[in-house]
Design a protein around this ligand. Structure first.
Ligand code: ASP
Length: 327
């Protein structure tokens, strides 16, 4: 491995010297050209999560890594009790338990995830600890919670008065059946490229509201809710996790980009794959976003209404994704 890396590096630098001298020799009568190959940092996230992308951008702007940017970015939403789909304040399962899922993936394809985690505000940071400080990729339930305490995370009640009141209200008419509510998909998936050109991603959620206790969706599943390949790009998902798992959505999108599709084309194909597996049934929401190595981005969804945030040198934009069903 080391030797291969050395050969790769040395051939790259040889190529650099070669092209620099080629430029110099071809352009003797002109001023030497400076080819600006600076990598431009960028962050992209599902939904209109201004504070989260601001935070991630701050990290990137201070020469931080993409990994730190996505972790610190999504932590903003995890701590925000007004976001009822992520972290503290998340809607509970049908028994009133808030259970969180998250995963994180770095430039070297290292990854970590926590599933069905209770009482911890920042599942993304526990996922990062799983990635960096254990030989495992996923920890679930009680094991994940105990691991978090060992690593110094504090126990906290995640069920806010607001989410509790809504759950009690839901119980009156729901007949204890989870409902797929298309308005209720605010999982945060975030992808970033840092100034070295490296990509990382994070995905965090409280999952489907009023789910059956124990249910886990796509968000902590590497390849489904999130996938990063530093040679190609990254993708992440929001929406009905079961559908994203069935098609390994984020992995599919990265592989489509590897084959030459733009992030936008790849997201569209990812959504269409899900639609075709459901015989064109369109009564649920899925949204994908993606980024490639060049910093190009894309987003696509089934139902109108999915937005995503892009923060780059060009500024901060909230984009409305185009949708399969036109608005
Ligand atoms: N994808 C998440 C899940 O299925 C939920 C969502 O995005 O609304 O758990």
């Amino acid at each position: 491995m080391k030797r291969r890396k050395f050969l790769k590096n040395s051939s790259l630098s040889t190529a650099g010297i070669f092209s620099a001298s080629l430029l110099a020799s071809c352009e003797t009568d002109k001023k030497p050209q400076v080819v600006n190959k600076m990598i431009k940092p960028i962050v992209i996230a599902t939904w209109d999560v201004l504070n989260a992308t601001n935070k991630a951008w701050q990290v990137l702007n201070n020469a931080g890594t993409a990994l730190d940017a996505v972790e610190q970015g999504v932590m903003i939403e995890e701590a925000d009790i007004n976001n009822q789909s992520v972290g503290k304040g998340g809607r509970p399962d049908r028994d009133g338990n808030v259970t969180l899922d998250a995963c994180i993936m770095d430039k070297d394809s290292n990854c970590g995830a926590v599933l069905y985690l209770k009482n911890i505000v920042h599942p993304i940071s526990v996922a990062r600890k799983v990635m960096e400080e254990t030989p495992h990729v996923m920890l679930a339930g009680k094991g994940a919670e105990l691991f978090a305490y060992q690593k110094g995370f504090k126990k906290e009640n995640l069920l806010t008065e607001k989410s509790k009141a809504e759950w009690l209200e839901w119980k009156k008419t729901s007949k204890y059946q989870p409902v797929i509510n298309i308005e209720n998909h605010d999982t945060i998936g975030m992808l970033a490229i840092d100034s070295k050109g490296d990509i990382a991603g994070a995905c965090t959620t409280s999952g489907m509201a009023y789910k059956i206790g124990g249910r886990v969706g796509d968000s902590p599943i590497i390849g489904a809710g999130l996938f990063v390949d530093n040679e190609v790009g990254g993708a992440t998902a929001t929406g009905v996790g079961e559908e994203v798992v069935r098609t390994v959505g984020s992995f599919l999108i990265v592989e489509l980009m590897r084959q030459g599709k733009t992030p936008q084309e790849a997201c569209e194909e990812g959504v269409k794959r899900i639609i075709s597996k459901n015989n064109e049934k369109l009564d649920f929401q899925i949204g994908f976003i993606a980024i490639n190595k060049k910093g190009e981005t894309g987003g696509y969804c089934i139902q109108p209404g999915f937005t995503y945030r892009v923060y780059s040198e060009q500024g901060h934009i909230n984009k409305t994704a185009s949708s399969y069903i036109s608005s």
